[in-house]
Design a protein around this ligand. Structure first.
Ligand code: ZN
Length: 127
């Protein structure tokens, strides 16, 4: 049996990742600040050097946020027809805030799933 499974019960990856919790124990914090990862878990000591979500969260943020903001902008333009400054005042802050929040949540989920599925870069077996 794997050491992690013997010491820690399985953590639900979507809940723990969305809360920014450790993928092994589900108690310690994953982030140091808004988007920066801690070097290790403060509760169980899991080294987070394995964690590399790359561009994964940003792709999902762009798709989800683009759908929401562009859809709302088009709806508002067609139905209300406000001046341009109303669009700028509404959509720029909404995009920034939702973008940062969604990036943090999706980064946590992808790192938790990476840990749970033991994902790592591909290797060529030459032996
Ligand atoms: Zn932990």
């Amino acid at each position: 049996m794997h050491e992690d499974e013997a010491l820690y019960p399985p953590v639900e990856p979507f809940g723990a990742g969305a809360r920014g919790c450790c993928p092994r124990c589900g108690q310690g914090k994953l982030f140091d600040g808004l988007l920066k990862l801690r070097p290790a878990c403060s509760n169980c000591g899991l080294d987070y050097s394995f964690a590399d979500s790359g561009d994964g969260p940003v792709v999902f943020v762009l798709l989800i946020l683009g759908f929401i903001v562009v859809g709302l902008t088009l709806w508002m333009q067609v139905n209300i027809d406000p001046p341009l400054w109303v669009h700028v005042l509404l959509w720029v802050p909404l995009t920034v805030v939702l973008g940062l929040a969604l990036t943090r949540v999706l980064k946590g989920i992808l790192i938790t799933l990476q840990y749970r599925n033991k994902a790592r870069p591909g290797e060529i077996d030459r032996g």
